[in-house]
Design a protein around this ligand. Sequence first.
Ligand SMILES: Cc1cc2nc3c(=O)[nH]c(=O)nc-3n(C[C@H](O)[C@H](O)[C@H](O)COP(=O)(O)O)c2cc1C
Length: 311
Amino acid sequence: MSVMRLVLAPMEGLADVHLRRLITAQGGFDWSVSEFVRVVDRLYPARVLYGICPELRQGGRTDSGTPVRVQLLGSDPEAMAANAQLAVRLGSHGIDINFGCPSRTVNRRNGGAVMLQEPESLYRVVSAVRAALPPAVVVSAKMRLGFDDTSLMLDNAAAIEAAGATELTVHARTRRQGYAPPAHWHELARIREHIRIPLIANGDICSVADYHRCVAVAGTVDVMLGRGAVRMPSLARQIRENAAVESPWQAIAPLLREFWGQVSAALPPRDRIGRIRQWVNYLRQRHPEAELLWQTIRQESDLQRLEAVLP
Ligand SMILES: Cc1cc2nc3c(=O)[nH]c(=O)nc-3n(C[C@H](O)[C@H](O)[C@H](O)COP(=O)(O)O)c2cc1C
């Protein structure tokens, strides 16, 4: 079996710099991808990229040294290329291009998954970004299986490869399927056979067993982990170690206090409460202890009281 690559997924509004720092510190990830930068028709000032990806101020790596790749979303080839150049100049470890975002607002402006209806539009954007960057810089793309259905799936993957992308990540659902289970890993095997660049499988890989099931079906050992890593921050390390036993709550609970310290230093009070609630809401899907904590904090709006109940 070739060496696996494990990637922390971009998750806008969830896996920001704080959660990226904590999750990548648990080990096992080769790189992570930033939340998307929505490019319309112009070059952003550097502060916009620093805002979305503060790791650019420290060599484009999280505190634990995991490289971060800035993700761009948009359909204007020139503007995408110009922002890609800026991101790389600021320290991004390559560029990822988002062809999967299902948001209606984003899709209305012709960005994200809507582009999957026109493989040529993917080709134009990827080739413009590719041409704007030195050959050694990675240009990856992330797509879904399609917009309404999978009829253009192979054409889209081929267009991305032909345009010079180095890797392709596929979230194994169409836009229409949203986030509803299951992820259709078997479709990834068809893409795997159709392209030669590395394929990174994504969608619903939440345990070591899921990883093995996905690898067996999709035929690639490289995966991107999203919500599974939010619920179980040590997931990548467990997959890498092929761990038979999952990390207990006692190993995860201290991270909540660490997270609280980080968001307290960076965010206004209301946002801190929102962020901790959001994470506990994910954690409770996996850990009964987090469910108990959730019941205590779900309505709590007092900072001191909330802090006092954190483990
Ligand atoms: C809250 C949230 C925000 C997301 N934001 C992004 C994003 O900015 N860019 C992107 O390519 N995908 C985004 N995604 C999709 C994830 O990267 C991933 O493809 C999807 O969640 C399926 O993988 P998972 O089951 O491992 O979470 C987001 C998903 C969630 C749940």
